[in-house]
Ligand binder design. Structure first.
Ligand code: UN1
Length: 513
């Protein structure tokens, strides 16, 4: 580890012998023997060894969280918002350090690491405003001198299971909303990125301490699948918000559904951009290339398919090939590079496997892939972004591979393009590049994209926090972050108040004693 990274760990308060869980300022499970190793995909070095929580540790956290909920839910929502506001300020102070650690531990470019912390700051600002809203409706009662309204109450413990690719932002989307809504949280971060999670826990714990917030409001539990399973089966956790693969999401939904809990799922995407004959091709190029190679193709919103009109297909493909030749792949902490490493060598194996499958199905690579070797690429996690001409119905094209592999598909009519865009199991993000109003509106209509996110003249990735984030079909149907996504973190209560002298029944039913 370089001294620069060591000083960042110091700045973020991360010590060598980390604990397995935290309820705020208190950290526990230090003596546990089972560990998680965090290797940087940047240089392959072991950054730290974290401890794994066992079932007894987990249980102690849940008990603490249940106790904390009793007091936290009684704190007025705007006061909870004030604490989230201070958390946003603490993130502003730590943006550089945390963003750099995200880049080093996860491998995304430094700019994207900073962007991820900015998303956290933005969601805190959003949540602060929300803390003075959380509106319910008022209805007119059919009975005289009756009032009817609805109000929103917190659920209790929100379990957050997050993925390696957005190791801190997705937790904050959930935590910031859950907290202003009056919930407490238990976070299980990806086992691949424990350090960034520990850093976030330190930051939020210091804000809580300064405000005398009880232990147990924001909890961290480190572990692998076993901890996730304890959470999904636990009837004490009314809501599980999980981000990850569709396979993982199905297991979460089954376990949570079996106990009639709520789940909020943000799963795989297979996102396409339609490049119309009416597109501004230079603008489209930026959206397509950033979408495909940003975060080395490891966003759930990454662009995996380009559906290109036949009249611009050759021209646009030539532009793509030229742009890919200019991509600089290497250390993501060096801001001259566009593309960093994949998360680990398993991801590299999946990338290679997808390329082989694509070729076996008849895919023709116009930009070849490959693993980079040499001193600069010693971690073995650096791969070349590649482009293949395919049919949409290839099995591999129907599948989300978390790697920079871009598939090209040709179309003749917009109806055909929209049908191709929709003809995958996933439904997260989509876009059309066109300067033609009719095309744009058709794409956004009920006959258009079937995704949770549909954009015009911007790419598939890089959503702002103000919109609801999530998708349909195998993406899981959940919505996080902006708009009214907060409602998933609360329970709705309908209240009818009779201020008359009699007790009339609804629907005019007569019942006299
Ligand atoms: C994810 O990949 O899980 O829209 C989240 C985007 C980011 C969030 C991605 N704001 O690409």
């Amino acid at each position: 580890m370089t001294t620069a990274i060591q000083s960042i760990l110091n700045r973020l308060g991360i010590k060598a012998n980390n604990a397995a869980f935290s309820t705020g300022s208190n950290w526990g499970g230090v003596a546990n023997t089972q560990t998680l190793d965090s290797y940087s995909p940047v240089d392959g070095k072991l950054i730290a060894t974290a401890k794994v929580a066992d079932a007894a540790d987990y249980d102690s956290v849940v008990i603490k969280a249940q106790e904390a909920f009793i007091t936290w839910r009684s704190v007025p929502a705007p006061k909870r918002g004030e604490i989230v506001r201070q958390f946003g300020d603490a993130l502003r102070e730590n943006k550089e350090a945390l963003g750099t650690l995200v880049s080093y531990e996860m491998g995304k470019s430094l700019q994207e690491g900073f962007g991820e912390v900015q998303e956290m700051i933005d969601i805190c600002d959003f949540a602060v405003g929300l803390s003075r809203q959380l509106y319910g409706l008022t209805m007119h009662s059919e009975r005289p001198s009756h009032r009817m309204y609805e109000q929103w109450h917190p659920l209790g413990i929100v379990g957050i299971i997050s993925a390696f690719n957005f190791p801190v932002a997705v937790w904050s989307w959930n935590a910031a909303l859950a907290l202003v809504c009056g919930n407490v949280c238990i976070w299980k971060p990806s086992e691949k990125t424990p350090l960034t999670a520990i850093a976030c826990q330190h930051i939020i714990a210091s804000v809580f301490k300064a405000n005398n917030v009880a232990e147990g409001v924001c909890n961290l539990v480190l572990g692998d699948r076993e901890v996730g399973e304890l959470m999904t089966h636990d009837g004490r956790i009314p809501l599980i918000s999980a981000t990850g693969s569709t396979r993982m999401g199905k297991a979460v939904a089954a376990a949570v559904g079996a106990r009639l809990g709520k789940s909020l799922l943000e799963l795989g995407g297979n996102n396409a951009i339609i490049i119309s004959e009416h597109a501004d091709l230079d603008m489209s190029l930026i959206g397509a290339v950033f979408g495909a190679v940003g975060t080395a193709g490891q966003r759930c919103t990454s662009t995996r398919r380009l559906i290109i009109h036949e009249s611009v297909y050759d021209t646009f493909t030539a532009k793509l090939v030229k742009a890919y030749a200019q991509l600089r792949i290497g250390d993501p902490l060096d801001q001259n590079n566009h593309v960093g490493p994949l998360i680990d060598t398993n991801a590299v194996a999946a990338y290679q496997d997808s390329i082989a499958k694509c070729k076996a199905e008849g895919g023709k690579f116009v930009v070849e892939g490959g693993i980079l070797s040499g001193d600069d690429y010693a971690s073995g996690c650096y791969v070349k972004p590649c482009i293949a001409e395919v049919n949409n119905d290839f099995e591999i094209v129907q599948h989300e591979t978390f790697a920079p592999i871009l598939y090209l598909i040709k179309y003749k009519t917009l109806d055909e393009a929209i049908a191709l865009q929709n003809a995958v199991p996933q439904g997260l993000s989509s876009a059309i590049m066109t300067l033609n109003l009719r095309e744009a509106e058709q794409f956004l209509s009920a006959n258009g994209s079937d995704c949770g996110i549909a954009n015009v003249n911007i790419g598939t990735s890089g959503a702002e926090i103000g919109g609801a984030f999530g998708g349909e079909k195998e993406t899981g149907g959940g919505r996080e972050s902006g708009s009214d996504a907060w409602k998933a973190y609360m329970r709705r209560q309908t209240n009818t108040i009779n201020y008359s002298n009699t007790l009339p029944l609804a629907q005019g039913i007569k019942f006299d004693l």
